[in-house]
Write a protein that binds this ligand. Sequence first.
Ligand code: AMP
Ligand code: MG
Length: 501
Amino acid sequence: MDWNFDDSYTRLPEPFFARVRPTPVKAPVIAVLNRRLAEALGLDAQALMRPDGAGMLAGNRCHPSSTPIAQAYAGHQFGHFTLLGDGRAHLLGEHLTPDGRRVDIQLKGSGVTPYSRRGDGRAALGPMLRECLVAEAMHGFGIPTTRGLAVVATGEAVFRETPLPGAILARVASSHIRVGTFEFAAALDAGLDVPGHPAPRAADGTHTRALADYTLRRHYPALIGEPTRYADLLRAVMARQAALVAAWMRVGFVHGVMNTDNMTISGETIDFGPCAFVEQYDPATVFSSIDVQGRYAFGNQGRIAQWNLARFAETLLPLLDADPKAALDTAEHLIGEFPALFERHFQAAMRSKLGLGNEEPGDPALIASLLEWMHRAGADYTNTFRDLSSRVAMDDPERANPRFKDPAFTAWHARWTARLARQPGHFEDAAIRMRTANPAIIPRNHRVEEAIGAAVDAGDLGPTHRFLDVLADPCSAALDGSDYRQLPTRDQQVFQTFCGT
Ligand code: AMP
Ligand code: MG
């Protein structure tokens, strides 16, 4: 049970990465170790807890099979193109698991790199714990996501507005290839001058092709032999992103910074900055303090996914067809299919929330009218659906949730029960479907703040550990009476979240 690093990414041309080692920290101590994940990766959790293990997860010690790099990428941030790259992250390598998977092990907060710009390369404990908590919940919901293997306290302060305890997150991802990585490749092909790597303009898309071929091998090997493989890649990424964003909406997740550098090609959720969960249902919900226009509002995430995928498609143009006009036609045609694709995923996700196992033409209207009622009534998104998922909700809705006595709801309830009665199977089958689709527990914003506050202010990781334990299985019937289901009181309510970088 040990690390087994490979470094296939470093076989890409040099401008895609920089070889750079993490900067050691003063006193690394494991704050959180995800034992379940460690074991799934074939690692010895006990050994990781020991000083050597913590030292490695903090970047103080380098494993003999690891060749650390920082990855270059670009991205559209709130609509504007920028050159970025891992400014505070080091990819230790691709760990090959005993069951034959290849996963990136990345340290975040591990020191400066050539891409740090004016940043200090470090991270604070609070945001790293937040990333760990929310990622674990995502995984528990059955949603593709990068995950936190460990958070290591560094024993050093990081200076933001005030001094804060520093930490490093050891993150596991099926890769860190982003839409922004393709934008970087396309920029190289357009003649971007990277210091030390002068790249001649390559109208045939040399760099983009190298990255696309690598991505196909790594994530979509079934497409490699296809003559239409680059269009297929676009189609495949669109499908995974449509499924991903629909799944986010199933659980009320607002990513908060859906910049193209925060969108993976693998279809995993990545970069949990100011993310948060919708409580009182409102599609216009925004938490991030920097999202003043509501670009990344809850109900806008499908449209933004399409916008980001259009940026991805643009990078692929030279590979889609030698004739630029034909390439553009192909890209536009494919991207134009996204709204319908996303809608299909969204409707399927919502049908599962209502226990519907088959499809009827009236379903979208049934779903929309429940959402309208929730919006008007200010009902909690998670608890409304969870309360609908019990036998009691069928026969005596008011007992499941006192809000359900609203006559506007009663009318909807009659339509829903009639619809359920028309599908094959018993209500219990529908209820099982609903309990899987509708978590009892989400990382409610005030509970996340509470756990982080205890860790940062009092060095108490108990609330974080307890929360991580329940979030591992957030749909469990055993959690129906849990106090994690309780709504925030007026003074616990969180209206704004911060990147906290
Ligand atoms: P994020 O908002 O975490 O997606 O980061 C956007 C960009 O800023 C990425 O290129 C990060 O590597 C970089 N960045 C964020 N925080 C820091 C920091 N403290 N030091 C250096 N670079 C950073
Ligand atoms: Mg990012």
